[in-house]
Design a protein around this ligand. Sequence first.
Ligand code: PBG
Length: 329
Amino acid sequence: MYPLIRNRRLRTTESVRRLVRETVVTTDDFLVPLFVVEGKGIKEEIPSMPNYFRMSLDELEKEVKDLWKMGFCAVLLFVKVPDDLKDNKGTEALNPEGLMQRAIKTVKNACPEMLVMTDVALDPFSSYGHDGIVAEGQILNDETSEVLAEMSISHAQAGADFVAPSDMMDGRILTIREALEDEGFTNTGIMSYSAKYASAYYGPFRDALDSAPVDIANVPKDKKTYQMDPANRFEAIRETQMDVDEGADIVMVKPGLPYLDIVREIKNEVEVPVAVYQVSGEYAMIKAAAQKGWLDHDAVMMEQLTAIKRAGANIIASYFAKDFVRIMG
Ligand code: PBG
């Protein structure tokens, strides 16, 4: 008599579905990106990221306390730097009193247990909007790595728990790790953006920080000489394995949803935790479709977060953190 095995038995009620569910997203999975600006009392919405804000330090303090109460344990900091402080070498990134350094201290004072991760790349500080130093139409690799190492030390001195290099220079994990060890920051971790693709999904983020590559002669118009070609899979594994060998504590795949095949492959290849960045464009797409009434915002968001975790993410950097809590309570 057929069928003895009926797969639908395990789907008959919500209770049985709960019992056999393989993947459950919790607040512990989230890394919450935060955008910081100079000033006081500022909480300005980013036009291409509805309901997401740039915040001055006083607002950052409130936000971090809120996030901690909601159950989140880690934030990822980005700063928007005024144009007059930008140059080719990202000099302002090393200012001990710079916005990033003050933001780190603000979070640590407000909420000492909240893990603070910092973006390490030159683009918000670069007059050309590139992650590295530009010379004769090229992005200089080793010179950039040296600056990134100094930047990492500066963030560690201010109290960062992890530095997160998002620049894709070759060898920068080793350079940063050695610099941190030399300075005694043996417990400062490195979360490497290991497989970061040259993606059009970063558009809204570049609006948020005003950090897009500038359109002037002899400056590359895009980041394709350092970020990865979206067509490549084996290269993602090699990039990630090299970062692990160089000392990365956590590796990352970015963007998220369009790259879940890469997430699973990397999860199967390496033993360190794998982070996935659900980027600004992914956020904007859901918000825009929901505003038009074309998608159920909360259901699609939950489905995507679950898919990211199911693919192998141990950590999800996502702008949906507070939306998630609103739904889950
Ligand atoms: C900077 C950086 C970017 C993002 C994170 N760090 C932008 C870029 O590489 O141009 C994108 C994040 C997002 O789109 O949400 N190096």
